[in-house]
Write a protein that binds this ligand. Structure first.
Ligand SMILES: C[S@@+](CC[C@H](N)C(=O)[O-])C[C@H]1O[C@@H](n2cnc3c(N)ncnc32)[C@H](O)[C@@H]1O
Length: 287
């Protein structure tokens, strides 16, 4: 069978199982089997697949048919041009989180700190910490998570991407009330679990295969957010920045929370489709 035959068969199989964007999934998987990427696979319709390649492709298509996310099948996800290894121990990095990282770069530039110190809470795969270490070569990053498995994955990614010497990964529970670093950070960033518990069951099957710990934000989705905002003034230097990824309905609540917690210049930023996505505040200089 040719690549085109396999792709048509896979598309039909995935469509029957109501997998969204069946053709794209099939092409991504074929691209990985052939080592040529999605576009390369689509352009090689005439080519025959070896028995081994066909076997591998169909095993992956069946996994996708069970709604396993593409990134977990491929074992990686692109993030700001970096190849981030993913397993079921970590949330799959999202495009909106790329926006959070780019906002952090702007904030660090605005802080004019010569050797910026950054804390990330809830590092997961390490994508934010690693991207920031790469985009800001003078920065030192301290990244925490409560999951040992996620921290091991993050450390592995940092080593693979040659960033491990500037990032310290530490197991820390954000609810412990004992932030490890006091008055150290120019920037505190987090993409915390922020989905209200009651909304979890309505998510796509793919999302439900990601760690619940990475998603569940408690009754109103803001349980972790409130703990981070409460800890932030202790961890930040006066004038330091806090940047959080938020759920699209949480903008007004975050604006209020940041103002009442001693932050100034509070901004709620929208994504390309106009939904609230990032909350930013600056700790007062005399805090
Ligand atoms: C939404 S994920 C973000 C992962 C990654 N930073 C990203 O942006 O893709 C939230 C992360 O917070 C971690 N987390 C959940 N509860 C935590 C806690 N109590 N203390 C520290 N980290 C926690 C999870 O393990 C998960 O890795």
């Amino acid at each position: 069978m040719t690549v085109a035959d396999w792709l048509a068969k896979a598309e039909k199989f995935l469509d029957e199982r109501e997998v969204p964007e069946a053709r794209a999934s099939a092409e991504f998987l074929m691209g990985e089997v052939l080592g040529v990427g999605r576009a390369g696979a689509a352009a090689r319709g005439y080519q025959d697949l070896s028995e081994k390649q066909g076997h591998r492709f169909w095993r992956w298509v069946k996994e996708r048919g069970r709604r396993l996310p593409l990134a977990y099948i491929l074992g990686w996800q692109p993030f700001l041009g970096l190849r981030i290894e993913v397993t079921r121990d970590g949330l799959i990095p999202r495009p909106e989180t790329e926006e959070l990282v780019l906002e952090c770069v702007r904030l660090v530039e605005a802080s004019r700190a010569p050797a910026p110190k950054i804390v990330e809470i809830g590092t997961g795969t390490g994508c934010i910490a690693i991207a920031l270490a790469q985009l800001i070569p003078s920065a030192t990053v301290f990244a925490t998570d409560v999951s040992d498995q996620a921290l091991a994955l993050a450390q592995k990614n940092a080593v693979a991407l040659h960033s491990h010497q500037r990032i310290r990964f530490v197991r820390e529970d954000l609810f412990s009330g004992r932030p490890g670093l006091r008055g150290w950070a120019d920037l505190l960033v987090s993409n915390p679990p922020y989905i209200p518990t009651g909304d979890l069951d309505d998510l796509e099957p793919e999302v439900l295969m990601e760690p619940r710990l990475a998603l569940d934000g408690g009754k109103d989705g803001l349980v972790a957010v409130r703990a981070i905002v409460a800890a932030a003034p202790k961890m930040l230097k006066p004038g330091g920045f806090l940047a959080l990824e938020i759920e699209s309905r949480q903008g007004p609540a975050l604006s209020k929370l940041l103002h009442s917690s001693g932050f100034q210049g509070v901004l709620i930023k929208q994504d390309a489709s106009g939904r609230d996505r990032i909350a930013v505040g600056r700790l007062a200089e005399d805090a």
